[in-house]
Design a protein around this ligand. Structure first.
Ligand code: F6P
Length: 461
């Protein structure tokens, strides 16, 4: 088995608190791959410094994963992380050109940091290592590594959607970005929709030769393989967490607090792509239409803050606080608060317990590469009395999870309607849907995902 060099913006900090889903699926997924293959995980330390030194901090975590990190300059963090990655690419790739900022300095910072990553990681790579780069922060890295003489097999996985060509062309220098991406040998997407958008762009805008049978894109004499590899959860690991006292205690703690009412739960990083304010509108609509049921239902939204230096994230937080406040103001009583909005993260054990105590899981992003909260929610259910997953049709996960109640997250009516269906769903139908969903959650897990991707990298010529 070849050693793995995983490169991503963030590396998982051992024993960090926070939901796997809420942190983003990337951290948990990569940790599992490295535990299995051995190798190094390289990325940004999350710290800033006055002047870039290129010093590498190496750490070995208790589960045997070696991480190597670099600090970035304040200006790097501003222009690369807060700037190009999260104020340009993130909104654009989630179809939000209204929030996308096109600043020249952001682009320069992005190029500079990708160059710094290339320079720093190269000495750590040995002959025969598979080099696997992750996500939108590091699209040009492959080209930079090749320019510095790297000969290893080189793969890239995009964890977020790929937008339709007519949105993507709003990005200045879009051709340059995609041409640099085509220096990878293998590019993975979360599902066929994002893959198809990418292939369509390559053919239409770059004039590349796209062969859908062999999944190849050829441009300027170089051929790249592009395929869909839907990511899953670390099922066994998550189930072990669910068997702990901490998980049982969390389930009991939440159940006791409900005093007989039904719990509906949402768990997301506080991000505008997750559709949280729209979800609250749907719940408001449900209460308006079913006044008699306000006392039956408690909605818990767990939303740890994210990317707090960026204006659009500050705005979404204010909007959400206002909407929750409005509904609670109008619908609360001395012993009843319909929405519990919690601004912090929890351990995986606690989340397992919370999911299990919740008879409805509301996972309604406006756009999402995959969404692992949907899979964790299903995994945590009691097979004899499972809850109902209400899932956005715009989450990548919807392609595999057709037996959830699929909703349009933009429509308060559709959300309200599906909340009612979920609340009133008979046990037989709940079991039937659960039995169909749990198969894909269990089988299409993160180990299969890494095996599929790494297996295809090994096969590269
Ligand atoms: O899944 C997308 C992603 O950007 C991951 O790369 C990242 O781990 C997660 O979301 C959380 O974002 P951030 O690292 O910006 O906090």
């Amino acid at each position: 088995m070849s050693r793995l060099v995983v490169i991503s913006n963030r590396v998982a900090v051992p024993k960090a608190r926070g939901a796997a889903g809420a942190q983003g699926g990337l951290a948990g997924a990569l940790n599992s791959a490295l535990r299995k293959n051995g190798g190094i995980w390289f990325g940004w330390s999350g710290q800033d410094c006055e002047a870039f030194t290129g010093d590498i901090h190496v750490q070995r975590s208790s589960d045997g994963v070696t991480t190597a990190t670099i600090d970035l300059e304040k200006q790097d963090v501003e222009e690369y992380y807060n700037g190009y990655a999260n104020s340009t690419l993130w909104p654009l790739f989630h179809y939000r050109i209204d929030l996308t900022e096109y600043e020249r300095e952001f682009g320069k910072g992005y190029e500079r940091v990708n160059e710094r990553f290339a320079e720093s990681v190269l000495p750590l790579v040995e002959d025969g290592d598979l080099v696997w780069v992750h996500d939108y922060h590091l699209m040009p890295l492959g080209e930079r590594l090749r320019a510095r003489g790297l000969k290893n097999k080189l793969g890239f996985f995009l964890h977020i959607p790929w937008p339709p060509a007519n949105l993507f062309v709003s990005l200045p220098y879009h051709e340059r970005l995609v041409k640099s991406l085509l220096h990878y040998d293998l590019i993975g997407f979360q599902n066929d929709t994002w893959l198809e958008s990418f292939l369509h762009y390559c053919a239409k805008e770059l004039g590349a030769e796209v062969d859908r049978d062999s999944c190849t894109v050829t441009l300027d004499g170089r051929t790249t393989i592009a395929r869909a590899y839907p990511i899953g959860i670390d099922y066994d690991h998550f189930m072990q967490k669910g068997a702990t006292d901490e998980a049982k205690h969390a389930e009991e703690r939440l159940s006791l607090s409900l005093r007989g009412r039904t719990c509906m739960i949402g768990v997301d990083r506080l991000d505008y792509s997750k559709g949280i304010p729209e979800r609250i509108d749907g719940i408001g609509r449900f209460f308006d239409e079913h006044e008699d049921r306000v006392e039956d239902l408690v909605f818990i939204q767990i939303a740890p803050p994210s990317r707090e230096d960026i204006g659009s994230y500050q705005k979404i937080r204010e909007e959400l606080e206002q909407k929750c406040g409005q509904i609670n103001g109008a619908r609360s009583d001395v012993d009843l608060v319909p929405i519990r909005y919690v601004n912090k993260g929890y351990s995986q054990e606690e989340l397992f317990g919370f999911y299990r105590a919740s008879k409805i899981g509301l996972v309604t992003p406006l756009r999402d590469g995959m969404n692992l909260v949907a899979k964790e929610y299903v995994a945590a259910q009691d097979p004899e009395d499972p809850g109902v997953l209400v899932l956005s049709r715009f989450a990548g996960a919807a392609q595999q999870m057709q037996d959830a109640l699929l909703v349009n997250p933009h429509s308060p009516d559709d959300l309200a309607h599906n909340i009612r269906l979920a609340l009133d769903m008979p046990l037989e139908e709940r079991k039937d849907r659960y039995n169909k969903l749990i198969g894909t959650v269990r089988e299409d897990n993160v180990l299969r995902w890494t095996q599929d991707f790494i297996g295809d990298m090994e096969l590269l010529g």
